[in-house]
Design a protein around this ligand. Structure first.
Ligand code: GLC
Length: 826
């Protein structure tokens, strides 16, 4: 064995694969290769370049490289030497077109080029590296691709300057470097920090280096493991229990570029129904129907905005999916219609387990259509969940998706506004999940539980999505799912499952949601207040102060916790909670516009600071602060009893949102964030942070609207635009009807504001796109950071009236929403 191999043996500890003697092929003969347990590629024997594919024959199988337009390289290894037709549940259909590749021979290596990227093919031993336009090998296979039987490994070099983000939802810090993670969707109630794995699998990560960012997506759904230098130390490893070793390579240099490429491949979220961005209220234990009427009265009489109620499992008749309990909900259609009149939409939980019950037509039809997961002898697999003994729909069977979709469509026609897909890891009582031997249809090709397990939540969400479109083709569906896989953003939103009322979980919310955004899933959130246990008033408030910025903002809790509504903690907390929920409704235009941006480029709504300040290495690991959309930064208080908060203010000029005080960035600051900041929101000058440190970048235009008790309550014709003087930036405002698919046909209005700040003026150049006629007709401008009464305000070159406030340093004026330029002459 070579020195390199001995060294590697020392470093490698593969507990996951339980490999004993671990032999690596480094330029070795085929006979030695046969003796080793783990077979790597060996040497390259020959290659071809045709039909937009580079294909090389290797000692051990073959590799096929393609380049997808707007995405990056796709690499497929086959250790048998033959390739199955390309199929994936994770990627979009049809795939982005592949580009032709140019190949040049350098003797020891080949250069395979497309767009600005090069795959360098080292021949002996066969190894790939990927190089950007400046000759930087951002990915280098060290041991490369190998297998032991059906188990796969892919080992690349770790340049120790590289840090890692990735894998979506993990209850862990934002940075993954130095750790190992398992991908196996698991029901993990009350997961603590570091619990591995939890509900979802997103085999995609981003490498972050001062030279630039890059990404890899392994399109493989089997149980797998990622080692970011936790065990391998000098290398990064991907291991999987089976399937094809297929990976995609993305190059930045910006994280933004990678998200765009990754979501070109795996798809993007659609514009959500606007009401789904309102505040939502849930608990396991809201029943009977009277409880919802009471809640509706409470919200409306206290004037705390709310858009959605959830019905948890007790709404069902003996936990039969798609049924209603006669006892608790005798008139569901009437209840939902009454609630809707008051602005409340109802979303029921829909678990996958179908109760075995011959007196029930959903079950009988399912049996007749043969839609369930099977044992190898063709009998239906039986598991136990809430209803007792159940069969599980096999969502990889097109007939199942249709049958399920029909039931979802019926539900929608009854008046439900969307569905909440839970327990879809799938969770099974007793054994945690289904046994290995069960079988799935996989579009008629048959597949094992090992392959399909991690896809179960994704395919359930897809069926629920299709069912809603079937009922209302021109309406936007709404699904929230617990389990999922890469690509789920094409169908669904996500909540992070059963967290707990613990301070540690208040902190965990941020890296979890940021990591989901960096896995291409924009609409995510957590149980505000924590699912398990009962938070104190202070903890609930701190959860909520983060929660109101979450794309998906819902309070939810377990059956035996104390009451957990925004008013459950006394007058002071009710007041503060109300103010913050109101703030969410005021900021809805910012939130909604961020969703539009996601549809254009895959950007998250909640972003780590590195999204905007990537060249500043100091911000890479910050995960207790986040950007909300393009221009706002939130630094919530996450410690018990804390009345202050230290935070990092990135470079440039900022404003405190509540006091409008300008601040210079590029430094650490400590700010007051009093718990009992009662009345703060109204008396901003006395209590600058309103208990929540919130900042805006100078140069931005922040669109805000009046508070509504629910989305659509008021006809909003006017918006406030807050402009922060002192820098030049671009901002956007997106508007459409909030519920139909017409935006896809140009029925929207996108207004772009470009500020230009100089010593003697602040200009805003405005441009517009789209034909939506329902957009607001006028703006009230409020410009901050104006130290003296301006000489003049010009709108499209004409002087207009304005009010100057010398205490606030603001100037206010009105404009038509179609104005093209604003000038504030100092
Ligand atoms: C699971 C869900 C939780 C739900 C409960 C009862 O624990 O994660 O949100 O309330 O089941 O349906």
């Amino acid at each position: 064995m070579s020195n390199t191999n001995t060294e590697f043996m020392k470093r490698l500890s593969l507990s996951f694969l339980a490999v004993l003697p671990f032999l690596i092929l480094v330029n070795v003969s085929p006979s030695k290769a046969q003796n080793s347990l783990y077979h790597f590629a060996g040497n390259m024997k020959s290659y071809t370049n045709k039909d937009n594919h580079f294909e090389a024959r290797l000692d051990n199988g073959a590799v096929r490289i393609s380049y997808l337009k707007g995405v990056g390289f796709r690499v497929r290894y086959s250790f048998t030497g033959t390739f199955d037709p390309l199929f994936s549940y994770a990627t979009v259909d049809p795939m982005p077109p592949s580009e032709s590749l140019s190949v040049s021979d350098r003797g020891d290596s080949l250069l395979v080029k497309a767009e600005n990227l090069t795959a360098v093919v080292h021949k002996k031993p066969f190894r790939l590296s990927f190089t950007n336009g400046n000759g930087w090998d951002f990915i280098k296979e060290s041991y490369g691709a190998g297998h032991e039987g059906k188990k796969l490994a892919h080992i690349i070099n770790w340049d120790q300057d590289t840090q890692f983000y990735g894998l979506g939802e993990r209850p862990d810090d934002l940075i993954r470097t130095g750790k190992t993670y398992t991908l196996w969707n698991s029901d993990t109630p009350g997961y603590p920090k570091g619990n591995e794995p939890i509900y979802q699998s997103m085999p995609f990560y981003i490498g972050l280096n001062t030279k630039g960012a890059w990404g890899i997506f392994y399109d493989n759904s089997f149980k797998s493991q990622f080692d970011f230098g936790g065990q391998l130390k000098s290398d990064i490893g991907f291991y999987s229990k089976g399937g094809e070793l297929r990976y995609y390579v993305f190059y930045g240099p910006k994280i933004k570029d990678i998200l765009k490429e990754y979501t070109t491949l795996t798809g993007r979220f659609y514009m959500p129904p606007k009401w789904a961005l309102g505040y939502q209220q849930s608990r396991w234990g809201y029943y009977p129907d009277k409880e919802f009427y009471r809640l509706a009265d409470q919200f409306r009489s206290r004037q705390i905005p709310c858009d959605v109620f959830y019905t948890d499992i007790d709404y069902m008749n003996k936990y039969r999916v798609f049924s209603w309990s006669n006892r608790y909900f005798p008139h569901p259609v009437k209840m939902m219609s009454n609630l809707r009149k008051r602005g409340f939409k109802v979303i029921p939980i829909v678990d996958p387990g179908i109760k075995i019950d011959e007196d029930w037509d959903v079950f009988n039809k399912g049996v007749k259509k043969d839609v369930f997961v099977k044992y190898p002898d063709g009998s239906n697999y039986t598991g136990t969940v809430w209803p007792g003994k159940v069969y599980f729909p096999d969502f990889s069977n097109p007939d199942t998706r249709k049958w399920w979709g029909n039931h979802v469509a019926d539900f929608i026609n009854m008046g439900v506004a969307g569905v909440w897909n839970d327990m879809n890891e799938p969770a099974v009582f007793g054994g945690k999940t289904m046994p290995n031997i069960v079988e799935f249809d996989k579009e008629g090709q048959k597949a094992s539980a090992q392959e399909m397990h991690n896809l179960y939540g994704l395919l359930m969400a897809r069926s629920s999505y299709q069912g809603q479109l079937q009922a209302n083709p021109n309406k936007r569906p709404f699904i929230i799912t617990r389990a999922s896989f890469a690509g789920v953003q094409r169908y669904s939103s996500i909540w992070t499952g059963d967290n707990s009322a613990k301070w540690q979980d208040v902190k965990l919310t941020m890296p979890m949601v940021m990591s989901l955004g960096l896995a291409g899933v924009p609409d995510t959130g957590f149980d505000i207040g924590g699912f398990n246990g009962s938070p104190s008033g202070e903890m609930y408030m701190r959860f909520l102060q983060i929660g109101i910025f979450m794309p998906f903002s819902r309070s939810h809790t377990v059956i035996d916790s104390r009451r957990q509504e925004p008013w459950s903690y006394g007058q002071m907390y009710e007041y503060i909670n109300k103010k913050f929920i109101q703030l969410r409704y005021k900021l809805l235009p910012v939130l909604y516009t961020s969703f539009y941006e996601h549809t254009q480029n895959g950007s998250p709504i909640i972003r780590p600071l590195s999204w905007d300040y990537q060249s500043n290495k100091d911000v890479w690991s910050i995960d207790d602060q986040f950007m909300f959309g393009d221009h706002m930064m939130v630094a919530p208080v996450v410690n018990k009893g804390a009345n202050q908060r230290s935070l990092y203010l990135p470079e440039g000029k900022w404003y405190e949102f509540f006091s409008n005080k300008p601040l210079e960035g590029g430094r650490k600051i400590t700010v007051d964030a009093p718990i009992d900041a009662v009345n703060v929101y109204d008396k901003v000058f006395d209590h600058p942070y309103a208990g929540l440190p919130l900042f805006v970048q100078a140069g931005s235009v922040i669109p805000m609207q009046q508070v509504q008790q629910y989305v659509g309550e008021k006809d909003i014709n006017q918006m406030q635009l807050r402009v922060y003087n002192g820098a030049s930036r671009q901002s956007e405002l997106y508007e459409d009807d909030g519920e139909s698919q017409d935006y896809k046909n140009g029925q929207y209005r996108l207004t772009t504001f470009q500020t230009e700040s100089s010593d003697n003026s602040l200009k805003v150049n405005i441009s517009m796109k789209g034909d939506y006629s329902g957009a607001v007709s006028s703006f009230t401008w409020k410009v901050y950071g104006i130290d003296q009464k301006p000489e003049a305000i010009l709108i499209d070159g004409k002087k207009v009236e304005s009010q100057y406030d010398k205490n606030e340093h603001t100037v206010t004026f009105e404009s038509d929403a179609r104005a093209m330029s604003i000038e504030i002459k100092k």
